[in-house]
Design a protein around this ligand. Structure first.
Ligand SMILES: C[S@@+](CC[C@H](N)C(=O)[O-])C[C@H]1O[C@@H](n2cnc3c(N)ncnc32)[C@H](O)[C@@H]1O
Length: 470
């Protein structure tokens, strides 16, 4: 049973049983309650100190490891443990896929409570590192000190950092020297900006007092080799701004699009900001199956380009188009799925809430000489109504790819009302997908399910479901 240390309980020799939601592992306490613990792998045997007690569960951390799970591997990243980014790096990729698949299955079964076909095997990502095409880093003069640094007792003469937020600490940034998520020159660009800024006395953002020159850095890369770099400044200082932008342009002539923003707002989101082009063009081009997609600083584009291609191929296959169908692509973003399936459809109608994304979708379709796609802006639950359907026609197939919250119930109702033969539901959150599938169960049978991993080393998983009319 548990020993007591102050008001915290310690459970000895507990086997970690499962990897649960949000990437946290699960064990069972001797009293039968569940314990959630981060940074361990199912199969490990550990001593656990709890720091939170709830009615049905504890939250705790491993304070001692007795046995290492056979599913463990050494994390490749030197920042692992401090950085919250790749929580599953300690677990073999085959096991990551196993738990992702299980999460989807459990959600569809327990939340959806629907009849399910056998799952098609989860599609792993060929690239398990360096798969992201977009990274965002923050500057801060309040660097997160690692345990080792604190233990070393060394005096800190420079607290500047350029990297990631420490989970749950809005003002602390972990300085990142090497990140294995985005291909080079991503690391070189970030590191050289930091060094140049330090050498030249350019100030890093102070998140408490709201002062400093440098605020955030975004790097986007594309399979075409094109690169976008955007620096967000807090202070408007032309001389210093140009100093660092000129340095970047000269040091990395391969940057296709060099942009900046001066943002003195409280938050650092770019979406309401006036983005300025410094050098090159204001977009980069991504390419997929001969289609070109322009991506500007504000555009949404699937973060793992190679795996997006796989996801779209599965979506298109599930849709089973013959060339005669009217397809609706709900939550179309920049119209990528719509254009991807357009060759196999009579016409595709894309709907999306963000006007800039729809402007991109139209421009991309034009660039790709696609004439059978039409795009419309609006909140789905408002736009997708009787009038819209009588204007654009009753779809034979609906493809839907909503955000994490899933579809609004009015949208689900509308789908049920018009009842197309097939619905292909792409989701990045199988819990909300399960809820929606349950609502559709009266009219639709789930006939195919295939999870797809877009984000190795994390617990996130995408899922594609085919629904066919009963
Ligand atoms: C998961 S993304 C899908 C994007 C696209 N299918 C792709 O693969 O690039 C979800 C999209 O839904 C849009 N969205 C979110 N809420 C919406 C709403 N209420 N009405 C319409 N679109 C919405 C977002 O802007 C985003 O582009």
């Amino acid at each position: 049973m548990g020993r007591k240390r102050s008001d915290k309980i310690v459970f000895d020799n507990v086997k970690v049983l499962d990897a649960g939601a949000k990437g946290v592992s699960v064990a069972k306490a001797p009293d039968g309650k569940v314990i959630f613990i981060p940074n361990v792998v199912p199969g490990d045997v550990v001593d656990i100190q709890t720091f939170k007690k709830r009615k049905s569960y504890y939250e705790g951390k491993a304070i001692n490891i007795h046995e290492y799970s056979e599913h463990r591997i050494d994390p490749v990243c030197s920042h692992f443990g401090s950085c919250g980014g790749c929580k599953w790096q300690k677990m073999k990729y085959s096991q990551q896929l196993f738990y992702k698949n299980q999460e989807v299955y459990n959600n569809l079964k327990r939340i959806g409570k629907i009849e399910l076909p056998d799952f098609e095997p989860i599609l792993g990502s060929e690239k398990q590192f360096f798969y992201r095409n977009k990274m965002e880093f923050s500057f801060s003069n309040s660097r997160w000190m690692t345990e080792e640094e604190i233990q070393s007792g060394k005096e800190i003469d420079n607290a500047n950092a350029l990297g990631f937020h420490i989970p749950k600490m809005w003002d602390k940034i972990l300085d990142i020297t090497h990140c294995s998520l985005q291909e080079d020159p991503s690391n070189a660009i970030r590191n050289e900006i930091r060094d140049f800024a330090n050498k030249n006395g350019l100030t890093f953002f102070n998140p408490r007092n709201h002062e400093g020159l440098l605020r955030t850095l975004m790097i986007r890369t594309a399979s075409t080799g094109e690169i976008m770099v955007l620096i967000q400044f807090f202070e408007d200082d032309k001389e210093k701004r140009e100093l660092i932008l000129d340095f970047l342009a000269e040091r990395f002539p391969q940057i296709t699009s060099l942009q900046y923003v001066i943002n003195s707002k409280a938050n650092d989101t770019l979406y309401d900001q006036d983005i300025k082009l410094y050098k090159g063009r204001d977009y980069i081009l991504e390419e997929m199956e001969g289609l070109k997609f322009s991506i500007n600083a504000k555009s949404f584009y699937q973060t793992n380009s190679d795996q997006a291609f796989e996801l779209y191929k599965i979506t298109r296959e599930f849709a089973g188009l013959t060339g005669n169908e009217l397809v609706y692509d709900l939550y179309t973003g920049t119209g990528t799925i719509a254009q991807f399936v357009s060759k196999k459809a009579k016409k595709v109608v894309g709907v999306e809430a963000v006007p800039e994304a729809i402007a991109d979708a139209k421009e991309n379709a034009k660039r790709n000489n696609i004439t059978n796609c039409e795009f419309f802006v609006g909140d789905m639950k408002v736009v997708f109504n009787e009038e819209f359907i009588s204007t654009h026609g009753k779809p034979d197939v609906i493809i839907t790819d909503p955000p994490r919250d899933g579809m609004h119930k009015d949208v689900v109702e509308q789908i049920l009302k018009i009842a197309p033969e097939k619905v292909v539901y792409v989701s990045c959150n199988s819990a909300t997908q399960a809820r929606d599938l349950a609502l559709m169960d009266e009219k639709y049978k789930v006939t195919r399910v295939r999870p797809v991993d877009m984000f190795p080393q994390t617990h996130h998983v995408e899922n594609v479901v085919l629904l066919e009319k009963r």
